[in-house]
Design a protein. Structure first.
Length: 451
């Protein structure tokens, strides 16, 4: 995991497409829609959701870590960007993936005066318009072999990919695995990949799963708080094996998922902790030593094969495979149920008055659910400027998103969950949006409610 992420400039030029936004009406008419049918999975003899993920053998994952250690030991003690140990790591993974039937691509970039490499492996088949990615950074810091950071994530992603091959898995979605270079220098490799992915290809990526430090020796069990379905998939897995989880905060924005999140791709992932100290409450919950870092060898020469907790590595590797099998089934995008949608564009005035878009719900009985899903698609050049509320038919406001001067990414493509159980389901529901700061522009592309 990298130390930090370089900031994005506070103001960027509006996208060319937004030049049309000023021609759009400032409020959309109410739309009455019949509930939409759930998206059908890709054509195959049986739904992929019926296939359980295999157990990922811990011994196999640890064998990959032993290989990373050997590569580092033979190449100056590390696998850092621009050093021979990193390229040897790429070559080692590529050979295994090629032999397993993957289509591999090595992407080159230059940073800090040296050539870097991303390794991307595509599994044949699946819907090419719905791509599920799982990835990890492969580079270490220059001070050590980087076995937990991030041999652990790299090895688990590799073994899951090999498990896909062993199973002859035929998911509805197209599967893509990736290992990033120069993450420790500021997410350089993953940024390069995303920035060079055409917008039409970006739109095909239904989710990106990130695994960075998943075998810390004094582990916690942290789940990224990003896309709600990806998050729930991981939480449900750990709940099923009786392991409590917490929301991940230490590495938020500091690993490769940020490169995808910043362009509106849904992300999620797992983490077992770095330099932060485990609290007494966490030690009581998970075991281990309170008052000690989750990983005392973080970014140090002692991050060797001795710096791994086998139980954490095993659990997280299995959780990774569970997520890949579950989320690639093709019927897991949020939300499920009856959906009411308005796709009329609504211009959001810069630093201006609120605008609304509406849907009318009818023919239902009782109140709205306690987990009403609100899916929002906003195109904007500075998402931190935008405040979003859901207005119930009686005018009650439910805050979905606050403004934030630090929220520098473009666009808002999120699904929010609202406890609307005190509201009658039928009536006109409105999404209210307001841009509360100057200089950036955008528009609502669509929003929907799912009951």
């Amino acid at each position: 995991m990298t130390h930090s992420v370089s900031g994005i400039p506070r103001r960027t030029a509006a996208a060319a497409a937004l030049a049309l936004a000023g021609l759009l009406a400032t409020a959309a008419p109410a739309a009455t829609a019949a509930p939409s049918a759930p998206t059908a999975p890709g054509a195959q003899t049986a739904p992929a959701a019926a296939v359980a993920a295999p157990d990922i053998p811990l011994a196999n994952v640890k064998a990959h870590l032993t290989q990373f250690q050997s590569i580092a030991s033979a190449n100056g003690g590390n696998r850092a960007h621009g050093r021979p140990g990193y390229k040897a790591s790429v070559d080692h993974l590529k050979a295994k993936l090629d032999a397993a039937g993957f289509t591999t691509t090595v992407q080159q970039f230059t940073t800090s005066g040296a050539t870097g490499y991303n390794l991307v492996a595509d599994w044949p088949g699946g819907d090419p318009n719905k791509v599920l990615m799982a990835g990890a950074h492969l580079d270490s810091v220059s001070s050590g072999p980087g076995i937990n950071d991030n041999g652990s994530g790299s090895a688990a992603v590799l073994e899951t990919a090999l498990a896909v091959s062993r199973a002859g898995f035929k998911p509805a979605k197209h599967l893509r695995f990736a290992w990033w270079g120069a993450e420790e220098l500021g997410l350089v490799g993953s940024k390069y990949y995303v920035n060079n992915l055409p917008s039409t290809e970006r739109a095909k990526v239904s989710g990106y799963l990130n695994f960075d430090m998943i075998g810390s020796p004094n582990p916690g069990y942290f789940v990224y708080d990003d896309d709600p379905v990806i998050e729930k998939t991981f939480k449900d897995y750990f709940a099923g094996i009786g392991v409590p989880t917490e929301i991940e905060t230490e590495g938020d924005g500091r690993s490769d998922h940020a490169s995808f999140k910043n362009v509106g791709i849904p992300v999620g992932g797992l983490f077992t902790g770095a330099s932060r100290t485990k609290t007494s409450a966490q030690a009581q919950k998970w075991g281990g030593t309170a008052g000690q870092s989750f990983d005392r060898c973080y970014h140090s020469s002692c991050d060797t094969t001795a710096n791994i907790n086998d139980t954490a590595l095993d659990r997280n590797s299995d959780a990774l495979a569970h997520a890949v099998w579950t989320l690639s089934a093709g019927a897991t995008e949020p939300p499920t149920g009856d959906t009411y949608e308005n796709t009329t564009d609504v211009s959001i005035p810069d630093n201006g008055t609120p605008v609304t878009s509406s849907v009318t719900v009818s023919g239902r009985t009782g109140n709205a659910p306690a987990a009403l899903r609100v899916t929002v698609d906003v195109v904007h050049t500075w998402r931190g400027d935008v405040v979003i509320d859901l207005l119930a038919p009686d005018g009650t406001a439910y805050r979905l998103k606050n403004s934030s001067a630090n929220d520098s990414a473009d666009n808002i493509r999120e699904t929010y969950t609202v406890d609307a159980s005190s509201e009658p389901a039928n009536g006109t529901w409105r999404l209210r949006l307001q841009d509360v700061a100057r200089s950036d522009t955008g528009y609502l592309n669509a929003f929907s409610l799912t009951f």
